[in-house]
Ligand binder design. Structure first.
Ligand SMILES: *Cc1c(COP(=O)(O)O)cnc(C)c1O
Length: 389
């Protein structure tokens, strides 16, 4: 039997073909277009009778390497990479849906995705119904004859709630719907939604995949029939990932497992510290026993991820005071960075939602989200401890 390589090995050894210079590390292919041997070679390439890079809006060796790695990590057949996570989200839906189609989505989703569904898709007569993540039984009541897609994220942003992917996959299969998961918070190292029935998996590569806060990127992988539709839409509309960013991303993926392991041990340590702190109202982290979906998190994830959410006692005022007292951690909106980041969702990432909409997805005014980085955990805790005091 052929030996099947492990995740870490695939992340390092999946590489584009070497050039005649026999370089060890993949070079950057900063080229917009590619050349052909002769008229027949060019004709056959354009006719898709042979695999040949034509133009970097379609494909490029750097983006192909990045996509191949993500496919191996997620157990996917095919994929396409994008200039940002939102380009991946938009292009995936736009490629698959027709006017009159309907999406059934979890209520707790990334802020920009929520805005896309509620403010822009109605322009093209695409509607969305939202289900409460704590009531999956509600989903079947929302499905109509025009429903095409079930959409969810797990863990959710910023509330770090966990959805049962297997249960969602079963509902999608029963009703013959496309099940799409935004797997950005877990990264492919911690969770592979295809195993639980997802047809497509979307990532913002900007987060844990890059892991050092340098580039924007997105990727969609999964069923090759669906990916082909996404590819055909995207090579015309032009949201392609730049070769430079693809090169950065592919390098980053070589250390994804190492980095995410460390993010998770640091995050769990911080969550445990906060759970015992008298100035904290509540703490949420998927691998804390107190998390309402701890058992599901254990079933579908390898570890809890890099994000810890909590509420400082005293609501908005106390939250703001805590923020202003932070010294080392960055006050920023990114996550999955080597540097720990503090965010206040109500006034930033989710400020476009109404207060009622925020509350319905579990975002209270005083809620703080920390993306736990790779600094020494003692230093991360020391900063939070002094800020709380
Ligand atoms: C950041 C993020 C996105 C969007 O990605 P960008 O690269 O910022 O466009 C989508 N989904 C989730 C869960 C995210 O955290």
């Amino acid at each position: 039997m052929k030996h099947k390589k492990q995740f870490e090995t695939e992340a390092i050894r999946t590489q584009s073909e070497r050039t005649q210079f026999l370089e060890h590390s993949t070079p950057m292919y900063l080229t917009s277009s590619f050349v052909f041997e002769d008229a027949e070679d060019m004709r056959a390439s354009f006719a898709e009778e042979k695999e040949h890079n034509i133009y970097s809006r379609y494909s490029n060796p750097n983006s192909t390497e990045f996509v191949e790695k993500v496919c191996k990590m997620e157990g996917a057949e095919a994929g396409f990479s994008f200039a940002s996570g939102m380009a991946a989200v938009f292009s995936t839906f736009a490629a698959l849906l027709e006017s009159g189609d309907h999406i059934v989505s979890a209520k707790s989703i990334f802020g920009s995705t929520h805005t896309l569904f509620t403010q822009f898709f109605p322009k093209w007569n695409i509607g969305t119904s939202y289900f409460d993540i704590n009531d999956l039984g509600e989903i079947e009541k929302l499905i109509t004859p025009t429903t095409k897609i079930i959409y969810a994220e797990s863990p959710t942003n910023p509330g770090v709630d966990v959805l049962d992917l297997e249960a969602l996959g079963n509902i999608a299969k029963k009703h013959n719907l496309i099940f799409i998961v935004d797997n950005c918070f877990a990264s492919p190292y911690l969770q592979q939604p295809i195993k639980f029935g997802a047809d497509l998996v979307i990532h913002s590569g900007t987060k844990l995949m890059d892991g050092q806060g340098r580039v924007l990127a997105g990727v969609t992988v999964g069923n090759s029939y669906l990916v082909d539709k996404i590819y055909r839409f995207s090579r015309i509309t032009g949201p392609a990932l730049s070769p430079f960013n693809a090169w950065v991303l592919s390098k980053s993926l070589e250390t994804l497992a190492l980095r995410v392991d460390k993010h998770c041990t640091n995050a769990l340590r911080l969550a445990e510290y906060l759970e015992d702190h008298k100035k904290i109202e509540w703490v949420k982290y998927p691998f804390l026993k107190s998390h309402p979906k701890y058992e599901i998190a254990k079933k579908q994830m390898k570890a809890g991820g890099c994000v810890v959410a909590f509420e400082v006692k005293g609501g908005l005022e106390a939250g703001r005071k805590f923020f202003d007292a932070i010294k080392m951690l960055s006050l920023s909106a990114n996550l999955g960075d080597s540097r720990s980041i503090v965010t206040h969702p109500a006034s930033t990432t989710h400020s476009k939602l109404t207060k009622e909409e925020r509350e319905s997805v579990g975002i209270s005014d005083g809620m703080v989200r920390i993306s736990v980085g790779l600094e020494h955990i003692d230093d991360i805790i020391a900063d939070i401890k002094q800020a709380l005091e």
